[in-house]
Write a protein that binds this ligand. Structure first.
Ligand code: NAD
Length: 357
């Protein structure tokens, strides 16, 4: 299977290198059939080819079995007309990666910041919502009628709400069988009402999964106070983006937060965090988020292609990460440990060897 690797900007090259090293290690141990194709995007590609996302790379993404996308420094990009394309957004739109799945869990021995342990997954709609680049057939979802008046348009459709709801219920059926829809229908009755209508309809066809609802503001507080009560959280694009960063940080660090974006045909692994330019190139980044995202990708590929060794490889990566995070001496700097990006990755490769020999 061909994995396309796009290192991206900032800490991207360091953490994608780490993710590839780990996949190569499980590949050796379990005789997987993975091949890697690394392509340049982002600010280096802007210098060499005038765009942060060349069309040849987009074509390669369409052909690949899976994609690993490093974080991109979108805040430093020029306008799209001058070559600044946000690869994260563009790939979600072009490949119809409608579901962004973002797990957060606490781990034995690793300090967490919420009041209870947590093991939850936020399932975030990825193709509409309060995102100006995905809401209009032509033009932007942000408008400025006068210099002192700005408007944002948020799109919520029955189609997108229904398919994200079904993705959430299907995931919950394989976990603790509980979905919570997060919304703000008390002030956005029409759009949030439509979202809830579709999630409630999905709940009816999944009677084996318990269903409840929370307002997004209450949810922000409950993640701190009582996250243990949640299993799968289904929500719209912007709420999911914000709540998943909160959940990740409460679980220990944003540097632990894995995610995949998937659609009917494609899957892309992507760390939840950004390109961290403040620590780029200094061997200080925690690569766990992207490594666990890569594990989620091979798990997705294993399920899709009925390839049990790939799902087994994903479990080995996850348990090896857990084993390292238990000990303060094998943690990265953001978690108060002594290890740089490369050293943590080496320790992880040793733990994988120990778990697979
Ligand atoms: P950020 O997530 O890059 O960084 C926030 C803070 O967390 C920083 O202090 C950073 O050092 C730290 N951090 C992030 N990831 C870490 C890791 N793996 N290990 C250790 N520490 C880590 O957010 P930001 O500073 O707001 O954004 C920086 C750039 O990233 C901007 O250009 C922004 O547009 C872009 N961004 C990209 C994505 C993406 O590619 N999906 C997401 C968010 C932000």
């Amino acid at each position: 299977m061909n994995i396309l690797v796009l290192p991206g900007d900032g800490i991207g090259p360091e953490i994608t290198d780490a993710a590839m090293r780990v996949l190569e290690r499980v590949q050796q141990a379990l005789a997987l059939d993975l091949s890697f194709d690394v392509r340049e995007i982002g600010l280096t590609s802007l210098q060499s080819s005038g765009t942060t996302l060349p069309s040849s790379v987009l074509d390669a993404c369409r052909r690949a079995d899976g994609i690993i996308l490093g974080p991109v420094s979108t805040a430093a990009y020029p306008p799209r007309t001058e070559g600044g394309i946000n690869a994260s957004a563009e790939l979600r739109i072009q490949l119809d990666l409608f579901a962004n799945v973002r797990p957060s869990r606490t781990r034995d021995g690793l300090p967490h910041w919420g009041r209870t342990p947590m093991d939850l997954v936020i399932v975030r709609e990825n193709t509409e919502g309060f995102y100006a680049d995905r809401n209009m057939h032509r033009g932007s979802g942000e408008l400025m009628p006068t210099p002192d008046l700005a408007l944002s348009i948020r799109k919520i459709s029955a189609f997108a709400s229904s398919r994200i709801a079904h993705a959430a219920f299907e995931l919950a059926a394989a976990r603790r069988r509980h979905v919570t829809a997060v919304h703000k229908s008390n002030v956005l009755g029409v759009t949030e009402g439509l979202f809830l209508r579709e999630v409630r309809a999905a709940a009816k066809v999944h009677p084996g999964v318990a269903y409840d609802e929370q307002l997004v503001d209450s949810m922000a507080a409950l993640l701190v106070r009582d996250a243990a009560r949640f299993d799968v959280i289904a929500t719209t694009n912007m709420f999911g983006d914000i709540l998943s960063d909160e959940a990740a940080e409460l679980s220990g660090s944003l540097g632990l937060a894995a995610s995949i974006n998937f659609g009917e045909r494609h899957c892309m692994a992507q760390a939840q965090h950004g390109s961290a330019p403040d620590i780029a190139g200094r061997n200080k980044a925690n690569p766990t988020s992207l490594i666990l995202s890569a594990a989620m990708l091979i798990d997705w590929l294993g399920r899709r292609h009925d390839h049990a060794t790939l799902t087994a490889a994903a479990r080995i990566i996850e348990s090896s990460v857990d084993a390292l995070l238990q000990r303060p001496s094998t943690r990265t700097i953001d978690l108060g440990g002594p290890l740089g990006t490369r050293e943590f990755t080496s320790e992880l490769c040793k733990a994988i060897d120990a778990g697979t020999l």
